[in-house]
Design a protein around this ligand. Sequence first.
Ligand code: PFF
Ligand code: NA
Length: 446
Amino acid sequence: MNETLERWSSRRAFILAVTGAAVGLGNIWRFPYITGENGGAAFLMLYVAFVVLLGVPVMMAEILVGRAGRRSPMQSLAYLASAASASGHWRWLGLFGALTVFCILSFYSVVSGWSIEFLSQSLRGEFVGRSAQEIGAGFDAFLANPARMAVNHSLFLLMTMLVVAGGVAKGLERLNNVLMPLLYLLLLVLAGHAATTSGFTTALAWLFTPDLSAVSPMVLVHAMGHAFFTLAVGACALMAYGAYMPDQQSLPRAAASVAVLDVGVALLAGIAIFSVVFSQGMDPGQGPGLMFVTLPVAFADLPFGAFWLSLFFLLLLLATWTSSINLAEPIVATLQGWGLGRGRATAVVGLAVWALGLLSVLSFSTMADVEVLFGMNVFALVSTIPPEIFLPVGGLLIAIFAAWVMPETIARHALGVGPGGFRLWRNLVRWVSIPLTLVVLGSGLL
Ligand code: PFF
Ligand code: NA
């Protein structure tokens, strides 16, 4: 098994794959609207703290397990558990991860479909000369049209599953590599342009001067969940990528650079979006539509705005495409592990995700008031519980496995650092990441 798995051609290819998984809707769509709903700076500060104290160390734990196992997540967990003479039940963690990404992919595909809609509207010049109110009204009309939303959702999922079935994800990551700097550049221009708008200073103050009295247990839960979500940690999806990591690469360095890039994209998007919000007197806590009704306004002020806006949605689609491929992979791999062929497994996963996604589509019209659980409709439920509860629980178990269960020599070798570095990482996971996750989850439950 060890020999048959192909390694990433280079360290760079591995970083690219992980960055492709990390940077996506979480940064540009979810980060701004969750920050808006949770009052701004205090949330942002907590989220960055959780990225550093939980996200990065647990990302290392997750990739380390895959790298040490050199197998699919379930098989790696089973193999390493037996090497430590621990329970074989650890392998179910891989299944839990597959269930988590299954739920996430169902709404991820729907929202990526919104990007397809905005790309095509932008290409038709729909946003030119429109006011913020008109753009908001157009978005509401789109949400109320389940047929159109379903078509876009189907299209995006088809794009994803074709790549997964064809095993051409690496080609896409290379393309992503070329275009990612362009996305960064575009966001930099937008953030720079935001500096010239009337809402800029309010936006900065709102994002960067924390009011600690605004922190509640639920804000902690949201911030922690988002840290896991944005880094793609806690669902064994990165564990699957770890199996292909080259032997010589330093894992801490790779994890840290992905985190810096990921947080950077979110901050730039946040500055651009909240400058529009405060310039236009909009509500920062308006929810999932936030990015879609603000960025067209921001671009409208730029010369050739329609062109840049179209390019932006194209790049965003590419970023979400590589993330959704990473989301689909562990589910397909699990079915393959049960003996299904690659093509058939992809088709089954695609159909199931598509069906669940349709319920998210309807959550903006006919099923808006259908409360499934905790007073939430389907979209609210799948876009909250899996990212904010399942990912931290999965991350917690992965961290316990890597820092307490795995044999030390295997773990140290897989982390790719010296004994001192290994101790540091393990102490951080044992005495900070694990207890902190438990405390936040516990406080959320109460
Ligand atoms: N990290 C992705 C984003 O920020 O859009 C979302 C994601 C991908 C979450 C893969 C979880 C995952 F396993
Ligand atoms: Na992200």
